[in-house]
Design a protein around this ligand. Structure first.
Ligand code: ADP
Length: 485
């Protein structure tokens, strides 16, 4: 079944609270490709967030008690509907986010994959029986749904970041109040609409758009909300941690990254160049696992730069809806300013511009795919994530030194290591302080693996069987009074 989402949900100007679509005066959602208004969404605040929390709590009473098989079959139906509507959902996403349609479609299918996976995991939440400290007793360890969950998502993966949180939460038996990013609420609303079509009961999934701070305050102030899953900037993550302290609320935080991309002298250079292209330029560099700094061994540096720059020069830039486009616009002016600032700062401090380095002639928020060499530690690009299509390259001679300099970062999300000597590569990977490492591969994102960081990149994991336990409380039950043998 397909539902004609692009014609319908986009124009609703409504949020989903307690199974009802509720409208209000709205904020515009802009198309980054041309600045036009795609649609408006309600400017809700604390009041509607509280309504959503109350609805989620009512729904929790029954949803948490439902058989895992019932939750699983609803989630599976939801995943099927998302897959069936992939084209419409991708159009919605590209309209509000800017990424090429092919990437948007890939993300929608990946989002369906997360929900499908957690439909399966719903039936696999186990527990343990342990030997006890008394002969008439047993120790039982079980996992129970945590309760109402708040999910706060960013604009770079408008479907993926929702599915990674809502999928495991609902599978575990939690109910959700979702606050999507103001830049990309339409994909989230469309997903929720399909969830409703799939039969999710009222209140199980609520979506509230509007004033981030006041919706956030309502989520953190409510004792009913037991867990908040957040993906976004480290600055906002820190603020949310402070807010969580008051109610001792559990958090899952996936924050900023600063991924190193290390190429050892024996690496398959052609594969490494392709990998760098994907790790840097997917989603116009607006991913938290984007290769922010490329460390290339001196023996292969020049060859790598030549081959890489040639590929970067040929990337096709334009609106995400245009055939063959690989690089869309950046999300907004703020993002463009940051990219511009990083490039100017690097060039002023001695970086060499190999290609790009300017706003794109297309205007708006388009930026030229850029390669810089001679990047040094004192440059902003070497310290903070650029979140844009700029590859900063540094040469190295000693692996030890690279490991030390990479680990000096306060971030620790992802890293990539390329080389043929597997022992050497693995040794490097083990020593890097980060939550995820790609060895001769950049395809880290999958529902089958635990995604997350260390240090100021956050904590908690999304994906795999670990992801569902984030939404469960571990309970220890002592069973006494067993008869003696
Ligand atoms: P960015 O700067 O890229 O938008 P943020 O970390 O600020 O990254 O945003 C990620 C998500 O967090 C968005 O949904 C945003 O609306 C939300 N957000 C930002 N500030 C707050 C806040 N004080 N309370 C709750 N949510 C917030």
């Amino acid at each position: 079944m397909t539902i004609g989402l692009a014609d319908d949900t986009l124009l609703r100007q409504q949020c989903l609270i307690d199974g009802q679509w509720v409208g209000a005066a709205g904020d515009p959602v802009r198309n980054p490709a041309d600045g036009s208004t795609v649609a408006r969404v309600p400017r809700f605040n604390r009041t509607q967030a509280q309504d959503a929390i109350a609805a989620a709590q009512r729904a929790f009473e029954t949803w948490s008690q439902a058989l895992a098989t019932e939750r699983a079959s609803l989630l599976r139906r939801w995943a099927d509907l998302i897959t069936a509507n992939v084209k419409d959902l991708a159009r919605i996403m590209t309209a509000e986010q800017g990424k090429p349609l092919a990437e948007a479609q890939g993300e929608i299918l990946a989002a369906a994959g997360y929900i499908q996976f957690y439909a399966e995991e719903a039936r696999r939440i186990g527990g343990e029986m342990r030997a006890a400290h008394r002969s008439d007793s047993r120790i039982m360890v079980s996992y129970q749904p945590t309760g109402v969950v708040g999910a706060i998502t960013p604009w770079n993966f408008p479907a993926g970041m929702v599915a990674r949180k809502v999928g495991p939460a609902l599978a575990a038996g939690c109910t959700v109040v979702l606050k999507p990013a103001p830049e990309t609420p339409l994909t989230a609303l469309a997903l929720a609409y399909l969830g409703q079509c799939a039969g999710l009961p009222a209140g199980v999934l609520n979506v509230v758009t509007g004033d981030a701070a006041s919706i956030g305050e309502a989520l953190f102030a409510s004792p009913l909300v037991r867990f908040i899953g957040f993906t976004g900037s480290t600055a906002t993550g820190k603020q949310l941690m402070r807010q969580a302290a008051e109610g001792v609320k559990r958090l899952g935080l996936e924050l900023g990254g600063h991924a190193a991309f290390i190429v050892l002298p024996d690496a398959d250079l052609e594969a490494a160049v392709e990998g760098a292209l994907a790790a840097k330029f997917r989603n116009m560099g607006q991913t938290c696992v984007a290769a922010n700094r490329l460390w290339i061994h001196a023996q292969v540096h020049d060859r790598f730069v030549t081959a890489f720059a040639e590929k970067v020069r040929s990337l096709k830039v334009g609106p995400g809806t245009q055939d063959g486009v690989q690089q869309g616009p950046l999300i907004n002016e703020r993002a463009l300013d940051k990219v511009d600032r990083h490039v100017r700062d690097a060039c002023a401090k001695g970086a060499t511009r190999v290609t790009g380095g300017e706003r794109h002639p297309l205007g708006g928020t388009y930026y030229q795919p850029t390669v810089l060499t001679r990047v040094s530690d004192d440059m902003e690009i070497a310290q903070e994530e650029t979140f844009g299509p700029v590859a900063g390259i540094s040469q190295f001679e000693r692996v030890e030194e690279v490991i030390e300099r990479v680990n000096a970062s306060r971030y620790g999300l992802a890293a990539y290591v390329w080389g043929r000597d597997i022992g050497q590569v693995l040794r490097v990977a083990e020593r890097l302080q980060c939550g995820m490492v790609g060895i001769n591969s950049v395809a880290l994102g999958t529902e089958l693996a635990p995604i997350g960081g260390v240090k100021e990149s956050g904590f908690g994991r999304e994906g795999s069987h670990h992801g569902i336990l984030e939404y469960c409380d571990m309970k220890y039950t002592l069973i006494g009074g067993l008869p003696a043998h």
